[in-house]
Design a protein around this ligand. Structure first.
Ligand code: NDP
Length: 278
C-alpha cells in the first residue's frame, strides 16, 4: 500500500479503516481482523468509540507485526490539560494493549465543557502530547475537527502532522484544507462516504458506471485524488474489501472538478467544531 510521509521516520498508509459506531466489541474485533486480512494497514479508533480494546486484540490476533500497522487514537472531550492528557493516554495504551500509538489526535478543538478557555487548554494538552512524543509513546501528533482558526491559535514546538476532518463530495472545508496543505499538515477525511447517504447521487452513479467502479469507490478515490486519506467505516465484510480496491484507477481532473462542485456548507453531516452540542 502507498504511504505518505508524516515526519522523518513515520509513514501513514493512504487509506484507513474507520471504527466509529463499532461499539460491539466482538463485531469491532471481527471487522478489524477482516480488514487487516484484506490488506488494510491503518486503523482509526478513539477513546470515545469504546472499542480500543477490540482494536488492540484484533491487531494482536492478526499475526501482523505491530510496527506494520498504523494505529490512531484520539483524546476524548472529557480530558484536557497536562495531567488529564497523560493519564487518559496511558489508559488508552492499556486498552489497546500497546506501548505506543502511531498517531494521537485531539478529537475536537472546543468541546462544550471547555469552550470558555479552549485555546489555553489545547495548548497545555498539545504540550503534554509533545512530552509523550519525546518519550517515543506517540510517533506523530495531530488534531481533528480543527478549522483554520483553531490551527492558528495552537502553539506548537513539534509540528502538527495530521488534521482529521469531514470530507466527501457533498462537504469540504476548502479554506482549512488549503491552509493544511500549505503548512504540510496531512488531511485525513472522515465520513468519506457521507455516511452512506450520498451514494445514490446522480453524478456519483454516473461516474461509477463510467469507471466501472462502485459509488463508494468513486468517493474514496475522490479523497485520494485530492491528497486526502479516507477513513471509510464498514461492518460488512464485502464492503471492507470493496473500499480497499481503489488503487487501480484515478479520476480525471474534469471529473474531480465536477465532484468538487457538489460540495457546499449545506452538505455537512457532522457537527460544527465551534458549536457542537458536546
Ligand atoms: P462513512 O462515510 O465511512 O460511512 C459509513 C457508512 O457507509 C456505514 O453505514 C456503512 O455501512 C456504509 N458503507 C461502507 N462502505 C460501503 C460501501 N462500499 N457501499 C455502501 N455503503 C457502505 O462514515 P463514518 O462517519 O463512519 O466515517 C468514517 C470514519 O471516520 C469513522 O468510522 C471514524 O473512524 C472517523 N470519524 C471521525 C470523526 C471525528 O470527529 N474525528 C467523526 C466521524 C467519523 P455498513 O457499516 O453497514 O457496511
Amino acid at each position: 500500500m502507498e504511504t505518505i510521509q508524516l515526519n522523518e521516520n513515520v509513514f501513514i498508509p493512504q487509506i484507513g479503516l474507520g471504527t466509529w459506531k463499532l461499539d460491539d466489541l466482538e463485531v469491532a474485533k471481527k471487522c478489524v481482523l477482516a480488514a487487516i486480512q484484506s490488506g488494510y494497514r491503518h486503523i482509526d479508533t478513539a477513546m470515545g468509540y469504546g472499542n480500543e480494546e477490540a482494536v488492540g486484540q484484533a491487531i494482536k490476533e492478526s499475526g501482523i507485526p505491530r510496527d506494520q500497522i498504523f494505529v490512531t487514537t484520539k483524546l476524548s472531550n472529557d480530558f484536557r490539560g497536562r495531567e488529564e492528557t497523560l493519564q487518559a493516554f496511558e489508559d488508552s495504551l492499556k486498552r489497546l494493549q500497546m506501548d505506543y500509538v502511531d498517531l494521537f489526535l485531539i478529537h475536537w478543538p472546543a468541546p462544550k465543557k471547555y469552550r470558555e478557555n479552549y485555546v489555553e487548554l489545547n495548548n497545555e494538552t498539545y504540550a503534554a502530547m509533545e512530552e509523550l512524543y519525546a518519550l517515543g509513546k506517540i510517533r506523530a501528533l495531530g488534531v481533528s475537527n480543527f478549522m483554520k482558526h483553531h490551527l492558528e491559535e495552537l502553539s506548537v514546538k513539534i509540528p502538527v502532522s495530521v488534521n482529521q476532518i469531514e470530507f466527501h463530495p457533498y462537504y469540504a472545508d476548502w479554506q482549512t484544507i488549503q491552509y493544511c496543505q500549505q503548512h504540510h499538515i496531512v488531511i485525513e477525511g472522515y465520513s468519506p462516504l457521507g455516511r452512506g447517504q450520498i451514494l445514490s447521487d446522480p453524478l456519483i452513479l454516473e461516474l461509477a458506471s463510467l469507471y466501472h467502479k462502485t459509488p463508494a469507490q468513486i468517493c474514496l478515490r475522490y479523497a485520494i485524488d485530492n491528497h486526502i486519506i479516507p477513513l471509510p467505516k464498514s461492518q460488512t465484510l464485502e464492503r471492507i474489501k470493496e473500499n480497499l480496491d481503489i488503487f487501480d484507477f484515478s479520476l480525471k481532473e474534469t471529473d474531480i472538478e465536477r465532484l468538487r462542485s457538489l460540495s457546499s456548507e449545506n452538505g455537512k453531516i457532522g457537527s460544527h467544531p465551534d458549536f457542537a452540542d458536546f
